[in-house]
Design a protein around this ligand. Sequence first.
Ligand code: ADP
Ligand code: MG
Length: 700
Amino acid sequence: MQNTQGLNTPVRYLSGVGPKRAELFNGMGINTVEDLLYYFPRRYEDRTSFTAISQLREGSTQTIKAQILAKGQRRSFRRRGFSITEVAAGDNTGRISCVWFNQPYLKEYFKVGETLVLYGKVERYAGRLQMSAPEFEIVSPGNEDDSLNIGRIVPVYSLAEGLTQRGVRRLIKDALDEYLGSIDEFLPYDIRSRNNLLNLARSLRNIHFPQDTQIQQESFRRLSFEEFLLFQLPLVLRKSRKEDKQGIAHKAEGGPVRDFIKSLDFDLTAGQKAVIEEIKLDMARPFSMQRLLQGDVGSGKTVVATISALIAIQGGYQAAFLVPTEILAKQHYGKISSQVSAAGSQAKKIKIGLLTSSAAQKDKEKVYRDVKRGTIDLVIGTHALLEEKVEFRNLGLVVIDEQHKFGVGQRVLLPQKGPNPDVLIMTATPIPRTLAITIYGDLDISVIRDLPPGRLPITTQWIKSNRRPWLYSFIREQLRSGRQAYIVYPVIEESYSLDLLSAKKMYADLKKDTFKGFKVGLIHGKMKQAEQDKVMSEFKAGGIQVLVATTVLEVGIDVANASVMVVEQAERFGLSQLHQLRGRIGRGKYPSFCVLVSDSSAPEAQARLAAMVKYNGGFNIAEEDLKIRGPGEFFGKRQHGLSELKIANPLTQMQLLKSAREEAIKIIQSDPRLELRQDLGLKEKLLHRFPEYENLMAAL
Ligand code: ADP
Ligand code: MG
């Protein structure tokens, strides 16, 4: 196996890489030759021809080749202590000035007479052409490396400080020359030909040093496909293993479910009915359900979850309902208990328990006992449910609400407490279906597309802080007509005490002045649980009219009479958080208003706020969020190695992702253990690329 050995060669043994550079590479996640070859360019520069300075267009980003004519350094007039390095550069058509800020050492670095390649945005400043802080490279005539750096499409990498583009290009070029011959294709021929894919060696060479744009794109396509395939294989595998794993065949039809649905004081929406049918069918099958329920904030997922719980319970099993906050656990407990006790005789008998970490020890002990004996049928709780002490008699269904608040690790803990129970995962940050199918490739998906009837759309406004007087008088008007309002402040972990201080101060001021004569309450996460409960129930009962809050009430809270949601320093919240907060209003029959207060001029923040004003629906919001942040950030460290994709982009390459998934399904169907084509080394490749799947693969 000389060749795998070769690719595993540590970068530090490559010629020209000493221990110091090796360390820089390691810091970038590059340890071996293979890692180096898979370190793809951030962008390319077409240096087959440069734009002549006389042809530069203002406002566009362009590449020029020019000689340094003069250099200098000065201080900024506007900002003290700020230095500006300036280089006058020219080609035989014109001159341009290039400036860099606060990098005084550059002055020594540049030599008059040297030739630079410069890449940057062209502006006009004081009547002259200028590039500010362009990327640059020194190219000297006669340099042997110029075949790599000039006269061709040149790769540009994201590099750690201390590494140069030229140096890395040389290194990658040498590594390609030395090791490419020993690189084996691991994609079976039929897959490549069906999908029109370039072979691996050619793709690697041309992703770094493309002969032309077309082959660069073909290489990009091949390498993206490969990445998608490796990323889909474990998901498809997990799904197929589930299908041959025995689970519980639940009794879908029965008295309790019928009674419960009949006694609800509303009709289920068409969307709710449809997903309940999907869940019934799935739960009745003798395999363990793994289903994701997507539905916008307020679409009525809780009642769907309750009905699913009753399905498990009517066949003699227990159900567990995991939620991210105590307030939400209590709210669900209160609401579900009263719905159940108002239901017909068969549903009424069902025993519901509540488990939160702040409960008194002896109450907790009792819940542990009753869950273990099976006298509690449905237990609703927070992370406290995940503790080892919690044992079930026969857990048949696990519901996870607001799944984005839990890590993958936490999500698997609860189902382990039963004999392959069914699992229903709920989320209000939906993503486009085609994307969902592939990204949550191991789950089945149900979607509620409608909202309960009679909901009025929420009006969303984004205002600057100088419009607070208007805002406050508007809120007072709403309060006078009987409504209630939330005012939310950002309180984040990193600046917790400072944030909290300002939230408390605002509360005191609002109470004293702005909302004098109205009842104002405060709720935040550092308050004792009992106090939080008291505030929440007063707000629910209407005893508090304005609730000043931190994000403790982000998810789930349901008070139909609240019609105003104000978010202060709205730029500090993420898009899905803002959407969740807005979801606290518009739950009753009154017109509702969401007001985002922000003076931020940061482009990303502005994009988020604009999206909130433009879109009401969670699907649109999620799509925008994906666009703004990109899939890696959007899905975060949460799951599936998605954040680890190096080259492929599920948003822009959805079709390719679909094809890769289809191939993954074919592979797993004919070769569930990935061992038929051991010669290709597919399994090794997979583990190398996504090491987090080690356990899954080992279990095969
Ligand atoms: P979410 O999907 O955000 O969790 P909830 O389950 O909290 O939404 O439901 C929001 C509100 O709508 C609750 O007060 C719930 O009782 C109510 N609701 C749910 N389904 C319906 C329906 N079909 N018709 C009217 N109201 C409904
Ligand atoms: Mg909910």
